[in-house]
Design a protein around this ligand. Structure first.
Ligand code: PHE
Length: 353
């Protein structure tokens, strides 16, 4: 099989060329017949290894007459190149076959019942949302929804946030080229509901909202629940709001202290933020509550007269509140990093089965 160049220095160049051709054919056949990547690798080493076929043949060149050397070397190089290409092609072919085989073997029939008997479970955010809705539904609050892509009017203007109002910076907004935006809170649903219905109103509005924020406690998309109650003038008071929210927070978090702190929202006056005593240190002070003993959970207030004016409501009174569902879920389930809620990692999700 192997042409002994060194020994047959008397043979003509053409004979050598022929011999090389025959040998290449034999190697080609060998490569073609490889059934696995391992076999192919063995052939590759036999051919191109340090002590392989080509190394030996080039070694033999030394013994050839000067004028023969370059010609034979050229033929050898051509043969080398060709066989190298063939090995590469065969390798691609075998790799593709191996992947196909793996895909076949690892095919998952998603219609089969799984052997571990897992059932699906609600995502912690949806579980928390359900609990919140459960409370207000029982009190006959209706559930309203609105679009995620909003107009400036509903998201800001009608909520007493005129253009260039500094309070717009409280909510980093995603804008579209045409001036529309991804709603930054669920408050626009207040406006939509008031514009489409007459008072009295008693509603909540759960849904996704968007802000340009990303860290341990913020993701660009999260969920809020808005609340709005409107009735005749003087019928709805801050005391009503306080009672409902305290009762609601006890329903969700159990036996916690609740406090109202004066705050500011353009669409409510007066406004308050609501804190509960820290669930982790019972008010003693820890890392979660930044040593304050309190956790902020809600924003609320009496509907600002400018908002009623924007929707042409007269002689009414009302309260509104808004909360972040992920924040509630994190506190209820002791989740440290908000972002982990949206990574789809089964190790986290399995804990809520
Ligand atoms: N929209 C406010 C926010 O996103 C929350 C809020 C709603 C405050 C209703 C008061 C009344 O921060």
């Amino acid at each position: 099989m192997i042409f002994a160049l060194g020994v047959c220095s008397s043979v003509s160049y053409f004979e050598i060329k022929k011999e090389i051709e025959v040998t290449v054919k034999e190697w080609s056949e060998k490569i073609k017949n490889c059934a696995s990547l391992e076999e192919l690798e063995a052939v590759r080493v036999e051919l191109f290894g340090k002590k392989g076929f080509f190394a030996k043949e080039f070694e033999k060149l030394k013994a050839l007459p000067k004028e023969e050397k370059p010609k034979v070397a050229k033929e050898l190089n051509l043969a080398k190149e060709q066989l190298f290409k063939e090995i590469q092609l065969k390798k691609d072919e075998l790799l593709a076959k191996e992947i196909d085989k793996k895909l076949q073997e690892e095919y998952i029939d998603v219609s089969l019942l799984n052997s571990k008997g897992y059932k699906g479970a609600l995502h912690p955010v949806m579980y928390t949302l359900d609990k919140i809705i459960e409370y207000f539904s029982a009190l006959n609050y209706s559930i309203q929804t609105g679009p995620l892509v909003e107009d400036d009017f509903y998201n800001f203007e009608a909520l007493n946030l005129p253009k260039h109002h500094p309070a717009r910076d409280m909510q980093d907004t995603f804008y579209f080229k045409d001036g529309k935006l991804l709603r930054t809170h669920t408050s626009p649903v207040q406006i939509r509901t008031m514009l489409s219905t007459k008072p009295p109103i008693r509603m909540i509005s759960p849904g996704a909202v968007f802000r340009r924020d990303y860290d341990l406690t913020h993701t660009p998309m999260f969920h809020q629940v808005e609340g709005l109650v409107v009735d005749k003038a003087k019928k709805v008071s801050f005391a009503n709001l306080k009672f409902i929210l305290e009762d609601f927070l006890h329903y969700i978090f159990g036996d916690v202290k609740v406090r109202f702190r004066p705050s500011f929202f353009p669409f409510t006056e007066p406004s308050a933020e609501v804190d509960i005593s820290c669930l982790f240190c019972e008010g003693k002070g820890c890392r979660v509550c930044s040593q304050t003993g309190w956790l902020e959970v809600l924003g609320c207030g009496m509907v600002d007269p400018n908002v009623f004016e924007a929707v042409e409501y007269e002689d009414v009174s009302g309260y509104a509140f808004g909360l972040g569902v992920e924040r509630f879920a994190m506190l209820l389930h002791h989740i440290g990093d908000l972002r982990s809620l949206f990574e789809g990692d089964l190790r986290l999700l399995e804990q809520f089965r």
